[in-house]
Design a protein around this ligand. Structure first.
Ligand code: BDR
Ligand code: CA
Length: 307
């Protein structure tokens, strides 16, 4: 049976890839999107989420999330990585649809209660909405089947600072709160996503098989890979958000270790994820190994079936 899934997202190039993956995999029943700032502002994230769904012909609710981090001031979006509108040089049409009236934290709490024990929530942006949902309902995480987070790094270093992964860095207080008070958490961080690297060739082939949506992914990926080339670290781009989505349906492709976690919330190391046995929180399943070839195969085989 397909898993019921909500993605909390800041689209974002790899967020768009993750969303297209979610709609292409028959093992996923995507029931809604919630939006957050990060790669773009929250207002842009909502517009981009609606745009992607409408382009793909998918009619599900989008709920707009919070506009700034739990304690820090709002950040400027990461336009050098994802472009000023979120999708590289791709032009975005104004969507026809609108977000639902409930804010993302309220909507998430409601959905977790309605689908108690069955819902997987996959945050692929900063954890602001998720922490706020846990504020609203202390049972929020317990009501989920799993909370599969793209974020953090135990041993791989950072991607926005030498020690911090971007999603955790953009709201460290939210992440720290969640690691101390949440449950059912799997972390898909840079320890594994930095190993799922795709060159331009993968995306060019995808565009041939799926001219419309795969073609969009190919155009966005060009911009994303240009950024990665300036950093000079990889021959291609890291499949961060798609890897988290694939963990939702195929956890067996990953090796995990249990760690209690906390997050440094100030100073030069702000956003660093720490294995902290003294933390009051429940242990998190931290992904430390991945069958990268199988993850890539699963991604491209499924997305290639789209229009
Ligand atoms: C994460 O940061 C964002 O730029 C990506 O969309 C991904 O969610 C990777 O660190
Ligand atoms: Ca993202």
């Amino acid at each position: 049976m397909a898993i019921k899934l909500i993605i909390d997202t800041d689209p974002g190039i790899d967020d768009a890839m993750a969303l297209f993956y979610a709609i292409s995999d028959p093992g996923i029943e995507l029931i809604a999107l919630t939006t957050v700032f990060g790669n773009v502002t929250t207002t842009q994230a909502t517009r981009n989420a609606l745009f992607l769904l409408e382009t793909a012909g998918i009619d599900i609710p989008v709920s707009e999330g919070l506009h700034k981090p739990r304690e820090l001031l709002a950040y400027p979006p990461s336009s050098h990585v994802h472009g000023t509108e979120g999708f590289g040089n791709l032009l975005i049409e104004q969507p026809k649809g609108q977000a639902v009236s409930e804010s993302a934290p309220e909507f998430l709490v409601e959905m977790a209660r309605a689908h108690k024990g069955e819902l997987v929530v996959c945050p692929i942006g900063p954890l602001t909405n998720i922490a706020a949902a846990l504020d609203l309902d202390p049972e929020f995480c317990n009501n989920l089947k799993r909370l599969v987070i793209m974020g953090g790094s135990l041993r791989a270093g950072g991607n926005i600072t030498p020690v911090a992964e971007a999603n955790i860095y953009h709201d460290p207080h939210a992440a720290d709160f969640l690691f101390r008070h949440g449950s059912n958490i799997t972390l898909v961080g840079l320890d594994v996503t930095n190993r799922v690297i795709c060159s331009r060739d993968y995306f060019r082939k995808l565009a041939e098989q799926s001219p419309i949506l795969g073609g969009m992914v190919n155009q966005m990926a060009d911009f994303y890979i240009d950024f990665y080339e300036t950093v000079g670290k990889f021959e291609g781009c890291g499949m961060h958000d798609p890897s988290a989505l694939i963990n939702c349906v195929a956890p067996d492709l990953f090796v995990t270790e249990d760690h209690k976690l906390s997050v440094i919330c100030c100073g030069e190391q702000s956003g660093e994820t720490i294995s902290d046995s003294s933390s009051v929180g429940e242990a998190v399943k931290v992904c430390v190994g991945v069958d990268a070839d199988a993850v890539k195969k699963k991604f491209f085989e499924n997305v290639a079936k789209l229009k």
